[in-house]
Design a protein around this ligand. Structure first.
Ligand code: ARG
Length: 399
C-alpha cells in the first residue's frame, strides 16, 4: 500500500503522464519536486503544469548554488572526467535531486519516491542507489520501467484517453538533460556512431566555424581551488559559471563526442556541451601545475579516474567519495592564483598563470646566466638513479 509519492518532475511528457499513472495504479497522492538546476526552462510554468496534470502539491526550488558548491566544485577540484571526456554534469545532479526528494518525502510523510528514468540508463541507478543510502526503507517507483507505453505516441494516446492536459510541443529528435554545468544529448541520428552530430543537436555552443575570427581573453582567479573572480571582478559561483557559459559557448568551446560505457554494460554514443566547465578545468589544471609537487600531482590524477567512476556509478553517498574529497581539499588548499586563457574557434588555451604558492623557480629553470642549478651534480644524479638498471644490465649481459 502506497499513500503518497514524491515524483521528480521535469515538466516533460514522460513525467506528466507519470503523475496520472501513479495515481491510477497506486491510488495514491502525488507530490512533485522540480529542481532548478539551470536547465533554462520556465519553472513557474512547470509548477502550474504539475498541478494541472494532477499533482496535489508542486515543489520548485532553486538549487543551482547548492549544486555548484556541494557537488560540482569537489568534482572540479578532483579534475574528474569519466572515460577521459565527460565532466559528469548529469551524474552529479542525481544525488542532489534524490536528497531533495527524500527530504520532502520525510516532511510530507510519503512512503515512496518516483523518477522518470528508463531501465537501461545510468540515472535510474543514481536515483536508487542514493535513495538506498539516504532512506534505506523507502520504496522507489520507476514507471517508465514498468508501464506498457512503448513510445512517445503511446504516451500521447494515454494522455488523450485520460484527458491529461499536456501541451504537445514539437518533439526534439534527441534526449536531452541540461543543467548549469552542462548538457547531455543522445538518441536520434546520434545513435549511429558513424554520423557526425548535426549542428541542430547542440543547444548552447556556436560551431567553431561560426565563432568569431578574433580570439577572446579571460582571466580567472581562484581562491583555495574555487573560482572567485573573472577579469579581476569578484563573482558568486553561479555568476562565474553563467558568465563563462555565455562567453565560451560563443567561441565554440566545450563540445565532446564520445562512445561511453554505461553502468548496465551498454555502449552509448553521446555528445556533451560544457563551455564553462571546459574553461574551468583548463584553468584549474594550470594552477595545479604550479603548486603541486610531482608525486602529489600524479597520485591525484590517478585518483581522479576513480572519483569519476564513483560519480558515474551513482556512488556519491559513500565514505570513499567523502574521503577523496578530503584528500583533494587538503592537497589543493594552496590552489590560489590567477590564470589567463585565450578562447578561439573551439579551443581554450591557458596562456598565463601565477600563484603566491607557485613552486616554479625561474632561477632553477633558466638556461640564462642567472641559472643557480649546479649542473655538475647531474652526473651523480644519473649514476645513482640508473644504479638498479646498471645492475640488471650487467646480469642480463652475463647470461
Ligand atoms: N550519459 C550521461 C550520464 O550517464 C547522460 C545521460 C543523460 N540523459 C539524457 N537523457 N540525455 O550521465
Amino acid at each position: 500500500m502506497i499513500n503518497k509519492v514524491v515524483l521528480a518532475y521535469s515538466g516533460g511528457l514522460d513525467t506528466s503522464v507519470i503523475v496520472h499513472w501513479l495515481k491510477k495504479n497506486y491510488n495514491c497522492e502525488v507530490i512533485t519536486y522540480t529542481a532548478d538546476l539551470g536547465q533554462g526552462e520556465n519553472l513557474d510554468e512547470i509548477k502550474e503544469k504539475a498541478l494541472r496534470v494532477g499533482a496535489s502539491k508542486a515543489y520548485v526550488e532553486d538549487v543551482k548554488k547548492e549544486f555548484l558548491e556541494e557537488y560540482v566544485m569537489p568534482s572540479l577540484r578532483m579534475g574528474a572526467k569519466y572515460e577521459g571526456k565527460y565532466i559528469l554534469s548529469t551524474a552529479l545532479a542525481r544525488p542532489l535531486i534524490t536528497k531533495k526528494l527524500i527530504d520532502i518525502a520525510n516532511k510530507e510523510n510519503a512512503d515512496a519516491i518516483a523518477h522518470g528514468s528508463t531501465g537501461k540508463g545510468n540515472d535510474q541507478v543514481r536515483f536508487e542507489v542514493s535513495a538506498a543510502y539516504l532512506a534505506p526503507e523507502i520504496k522507489v517507483i520507476a514507471p517508465v520501467r514498468d508501464w506498457e507505453l512503448k513510445s512517445r505516441e503511446e504516451e500521447i494516446e494515454y494522455a488523450k484517453k485520460y484527458n491529461i492536459p499536456i501541451s504537445i510541443t514539437k518533439e526534439s529528435p534527441y534526449s536531452i538533460d541540461r543543467n548549469i554545468w552542462g548538457v547531455s544529448i543522445e538518441c536520434g541520428v546520434l545513435e549511429n556512431p558513424e554520423n557526425e552530430p548535426p549542428e541542430d543537436a547542440y543547444l548552447l555552443t556556436k560551431s567553431p566555424e561560426e565563432s568569431p575570427d578574433e580570439p577572446a581573453y579571460v582571466s580567472i582567479g581562484f581562491d583555495r581551488s574555487r573560482p572567485v573572480t573573472i577579469d579581476g571582478k569578484e563573482m558568486d559561483i553561479v555568476d562565474v559559471v553563467h558568465h563563462l557559459n555565455d562567453l565560451a559557448s560563443l567561441y565554440g568551446i566545450g563540445r565532446t563526442d564520445i562512445v561511453e560505457n554505461r553502468l548496465v554494460g551498454i555502449k552509448s554514443r553521446e555528445i556533451y556541451e560544457a563551455p564553462a566547465a571546459t574553461v574551468l578545468y583548463e584553468a584549474k589544471r594550470a594552477l595545479e601545475e604550479l603548486i603541486l609537487d610531482r608525486e602529489s600531482m600524479h597520485l591525484k590524477d590517478m585518483l581522479s579516474v576513480k572519483y569519476a567512476e564513483l560519480v558515474y556509478y551513482g556512488l556519491w553517498f559513500t565514505p570513499l567519495r567523502e574521503a577523496l574529497d578530503e584528500f583533494s581539499s587538503k592537497l589543493l588548499a594552496n590552489l590560489t592564483g590567477e590564470v589567463k586563457l585565450k578562447l578561439y574557434k573551439g579551443n581554450c588555451t591557458v596562456i598565463s598563470r601565477k600563484s603566491p604558492y607557485s613552486l616554479y623557480d625561474i632561477k632553477l629553470a633558466t638556461y640564462e646566466k642567472e641559472d643557480i642549478f649546479d649542473q655538475k651534480q647531474g652526473e651523480a644524479f644519473c649514476n645513482i638513479w640508473g644504479l638498479p638498471l646498471r645492475v640488471q644490465g650487467k646480469l642480463k649481459k652475463s647470461k
